[in-house]
Design a protein around this ligand. Structure first.
Ligand code: GLY
Length: 426
């Protein structure tokens, strides 16, 4: 089979790396890919949002499966376009992607299908929002409705902070004009967060192991929110009993909700959950694999990834053999460019990658990297995902941090406390 992976970050590198191990996969293409992906796939100069160009490429190259990594092409209707043209693609339809693409739509969907989530109100008028916020009790969370690259969530402690959040989102359109059409004001929930994943064909589903992301830029979950500064799997906070509950109250409910509403959803359901004293609640859904969670989940997959993605894309996982997972734990430390998630410089030469090649059960998944005169340089905020697997979480953490000692580029930074919550429990 010939496969195209759409995207060019650490998640897509992990997907390409795992698909490349499949005996069913003959050749992999990646659009646009990055310097690390280029060692496993043919990277093509088409951006993930160039739907028509992707369609032409897939037709001309006789590609049998396209796997969509990021959310933006899903929201832009890439899967609908491919399916209208008879092509096999892994990812939900544009309507299904609203689960991630519109927070207000997702909240209403959760209410319709009795999926546990925090109380909320939706506003499109700043005045209506302000009169509600004047009388509300705090803290409260104010969220931009649409896709905002992980940035449109603002925790507010009083009315003045909430009023500023309303101004930034609805009036100044800081997170984009479509993300700023509405806001969701939500109760502030306290507890440990975990990410859970199911791959569905629209009827049945396969559960992937859970993970915990570290969204804040700095140690101890301080500093601005990023796309994710590291992850580990499995998080002990999600006990097997809670995993059962997630299947019943969340995955079953989402899939039967989509069926009842006639929505074509063949792809990943990613639940961002919080474990509160009042039980599990959904903070948000995403319609694709997590980044950097995928970088710790796929190294734990012992069996083949291809039949899972292909079966889901075809709409039939019924004959899939249950996936086999490695025991132990995987840890990923994200190396970022100084200044990220704000402004940062690019084109810094990355040294030391060759020193990591022989390190057993260690994986360097590239994110923002590119070639420049035969050297690999930085080209994004999140640059590398240093990932390690081991039988114990402690050893996996140690191995991942051993990798950080091998790599160097000007202005690099990374969190020193990935997996701290799980280590503290021990
Ligand atoms: N890990 C956060 C995300 O993928 O959105």
């Amino acid at each position: 089979m010939r496969v195209l992976v759409v995207g060019g970050g650490g998640r897509e590198h992990a997907l390409v790396w795992k698909l490349a191990q499949s005996s069913a996969v003959r050749e992999i293409f990646c659009a646009p890919g990055n310097a690390g992906i280029a060692s496993l796939a043919r990277c093509i100069p088409i951006e993930a949002d160039e739907n028509e160009k992707l369609l032409d490429f897939v037709r001309s190259q006789d590609i049998q499966l396209t796997v969509v990594g990021p959310e933006a092409p899903l929201m832009a209707g890439l899967t609908d376009l491919f399916r209208e043209n008879g092509l096999c693609i892994f990812g939900p339809s544009q309507k299904g992607a609203l689960l991630e693409g519109s927070k207000s739509w997702a909240k209403d969907f959760m209410v319709r299908h009795k999926i546990p989530t925090g109380d909320f109100k939706v506003f499109s008028s700043p005045n209506d929002a302000l009169s509600y916020l004047q009388k509300a009790s705090y803290p409260l969370v104010v969220k931009a409705d649409g896709l905002a690259a992980g940035k449109g969530v603002i925790i507010t402690r009083d009315f003045s902070e909430a009023a500023l959040a309303v101004k930034r989102i609805l009036e100044q359109k800081e997170f984009g004009s479509s993300a700023g059409e509405k806001i969701v004001v939500e109760e502030f929930l306290e507890g440990e967060e975990v990410s859970v994943f199911a791959v569905t064909d629209g009827t049945t589903y396969v559960v992937f192991p859970p993970a915990q992301d570290h969204k804040a830029a700095f140690e101890g979950d301080t500093g601005p929110n990023t796309g994710g500064m590291g992850a580990y799997s499995p998080p002990p906070a999600l006990t097997p009993e809670l995993e059962e509950e997630v299947n019943k109250k969340i995955f079953d409910a989402v899939i039967s909700g989509f069926q009842a509403e006639g929505i074509d959803y063949r792809g990943v359901i990613y639940g961002g959950l919080i474990l509160t004293s009042r039980g599990i609640k959904v903070l948000e859904f995403n319609a694709r694999f997590g980044d950097p969670e995928t970088q710790v989940i796929l190294p734990r997959l012992k069996s083949d990834l291809f039949p899972i993605l292909y079966g889901a894309a075809k709409g039939d996982l019924s004959s899939l053999a249950p996936p086999v997972w490695h025991p132990g734990a995987a840890v990923c430390v994200v190396m970022a460019s100084e200044g990220y998630p704000g402004k940062y410089e690019k084109n810094k030469v990355i040294y030391g990658l060759e020193k990591t090649k022989e390190m057993e059960n260690c994986f360097i998944f590239h994110a923002g990297t590119a070639f420049q005169n035969d050297r690999i340089v930085t080209s994004g905020g999140r640059v590398l995902n240093l990932t390690a697997w081991d039988f114990s979480l402690e050893n996996a953490v140690k191995r991942a941090y051993d990798l950080t000692g091998k790599i160097e580029f000007e202005g690099m930074y990374y969190r020193k406390d990935i997996a701290y919550r799980a280590l503290q429990r021990k």
